[in-house]
Design a protein around this ligand. Structure first.
Ligand code: FAD
Length: 487
């Protein structure tokens, strides 16, 4: 422990002692301000402290300390979450996992790798690509977000249409429970375990059930061949219909992304323009991969579908450089909105793919109703929409208006038989919108599961579920009806 570390606040002193002194704890206001929000910047709260453990043992000791002293705490990866999951609403002690960032092992024979939670997503693919392997889940933030954060949010990405989201690639977890106990879920080398699917439960639990300290992931062999198509449409309805047609023709592209006119204006004004035609209403970025045989046939089918849907122009990437430019343009799409608007709010609804034309039309009506421009950049193949509400926080009342417009977009998705998040999580942003898809009983059932793991609700409290109200009454009624604890 560093000798110089001596502070008046006993909790800070003790937490600092666990992680080895002043180099591994932040507690001055000016330092804490960098941790008052994540990628959802509309809410800000200062944490009590930020601690940087170096291993699972330290995480466990920190958690035990917080639990014993009733200090609220939460885990944080890179802080790129878009729903406020890492915001310290209750002045939490933030346990940052960024120093636990090692690639622990790669087992090509069994096609798996073991990483610490702070390991950055893209680094995994970069570490194994020379051996012909990659890690499939590819959120657009993959150059900086952590695999621990991906597990907590069950992150998706452009290539999740064919390969599945994070949960489909997690084989084992080491987790520190909210009382400090360290458990392992999943067995190394065994594809499935008997009993309840705890891996499935933990993945996507938004940091409310435990802190993930080690992750075994599935890695895949690089596809033999890959081809990418860019298609420009004069009418958004034609682009949307082409999405449905491609899939109903039996093709499952590795990725099938869409951008509308406002989104194209943004990406062309930002850091990675590629010269997209601007007077169109929609573009599709379509990628197919697999064994070489059959790829050309799939591309021909895709071109035929686009033509049948009145595509204005369609082209196939001539080489890896061109493909890379198209993807950089797409993957930096959210941030690119900063080039055309002072502020923007990212939404994340899911709809049945066949409802795309109808839902995009309704989102346009939301835009008109609220008087705010809404850009759409999204994983069209999965029906995972990302309406980006553009606004100017300097104008009085406009932030509130943007939040309401975002919520209205989610209502449109729920009404279309979809749901309120595909990959960014609920966090604090969409807590109330949980009521669009779950009734009180269903919410209570879910908080009962949380309470089994996190009975004192000290870990990441106030996230994922609507503010207490009728749900609390239901819980009380249930408790009165049964002598045994509700589980
Ligand atoms: C420009 C941009 C593009 C994005 N694109 C995508 C996309 O395509 N797909 C997608 O799914 N998301 C996307 N995101 C959202 C975000 O990157 C993901 O949600 C990511 O998984 C968050 O990882 P993180 O390390 O930043 O986690 P954080 O933001 O630090 O934390 C997110 C949540 O996970 C919890 N958590 C973090 N680490 C752990 C751990 N070790 N154990 C338990 N809980 C933990 C936190 O408490 C919090 O609730 C994007 C974000 C940005 C800014």
């Amino acid at each position: 422990m560093s000798k110089a570390f001596k502070v008046k606040d006993q909790h800070i002193q003790n937490l600092g002692n666990i992680v080895g002194g002043s180099k591994s704890i932040l507690y001055h206001k000016e330092d804490l301000m960098a941790y008052d929000c994540d990628g959802f910047t509309l809410h800000k709260h200062l944490p009590k402290a930020v601690v940087f453990p170096k291993d699972t043992k330290e995480v466990s000791e920190l958690v035990k300390y917080c639990s014993t002293h009733h200090l609220p705490f939460l885990a944080r990866g890179a802080g790129t979450g878009l729903s406020g999951g890492a915001i310290p609403l209750n002045g939490e002690v933030i346990i940052s996992l960024v120093r636990m960032k090692r690639l622990l092992s790669v087992d090509l024979e069994n096609r798996r790798a073991v990483v610490e939670p702070g390991f950055v997503n893209l680094k995994l693919t970069n570490s194994i690509s020379d051996k012909g392997y990659y890690y499939a889940p590819d959120p657009s933030s993959q150059y900086c977000c952590t695999i621990g954060g991906n597990v907590a949010e069950n992150a998706g990405g452009a290539h999740c249409l064919k390969y599945g989201v994070t949960t489909n690639h997690i084989l084992g977890l080491e987790v520190v429970l909210p009382d400090g106990e360290i458990i392992e879920i999943g067995q190394y080398g065994i594809p499935d375990s008997p009993g309840y699917d705890l891996l499935g439960l933990l993945t996507g639990s938004e940091g409310t059930l435990g802190i993930v300290t080690k992750i075994t992931v599935r890695i895949l062999k690089n596809p033999e061949a890959k081809q990418t198509v860019l298609a420009y449409f004069d009418r958004i309805e034609d682009g949307s219909q082409a999405v449905s047609d491609i899939i109903s023709n039996g093709i499952v592209p590795a990725a099938l992304e869409m951008m509308d006119k406002i989104a194209i204006e943004g990406v062309e004004a930002a850091a990675f323009p590629v010269g997209h035609t601007k007077d169109i209403e929609a573009l599709l970025l379509i990628e197919v991969d697999g064994i070489s045989e059959g790829i050309d046939e799939q591309i021909n089918q895709i071109l035929a579908v686009c033509k049948s849907r009145n595509v204005r122009e369609v082209k196939v990437a001539v080489d890896e450089q061109e493909r890379g430019r198209w993807w950089a343009n797409r993957k930096t799409g959210f941030g690119a909105m900063g080039a055309i608007s002072p502020d923007y709010l990212v939404q994340d609804g899911v709809i049945p793919r066949s409802k795309l034309p109808e839902v995009l039309n309704k989102i346009n009506q939301v835009s008109i109703e609220f008087g705010l421009r809404i850009a759409n950049i999204f994983h069209a193949g999965d029906g995972n929409l990302h309406p980006l509400v553009l606004f100017d926080a300097r104008k009085p009342g406009e932030t509130e208006k943007a939040l309401k417009a975002g919520s209205a977009c989610l209502q449109v998705c729920a009404d279309a038989g979809g749901t309120i998040t595909g990959e960014h999580g609920v966090g604090i942003e969409k807590r109330e919108e949980m009521r669009f898809v779950f009734n009180d009983d269903e919410i209570v059932s879910q908080t009962n599961i949380r309470d089994v793991f996190n009975p004192n609700n000290l870990l990441n409290a106030g996230k994922l579920f609507p503010s207490p109200g009728r749900c609390v009454e239901i819980k009380q009624e249930l408790k009165e009806k049964t002598s045994s604890p509700i589980i």
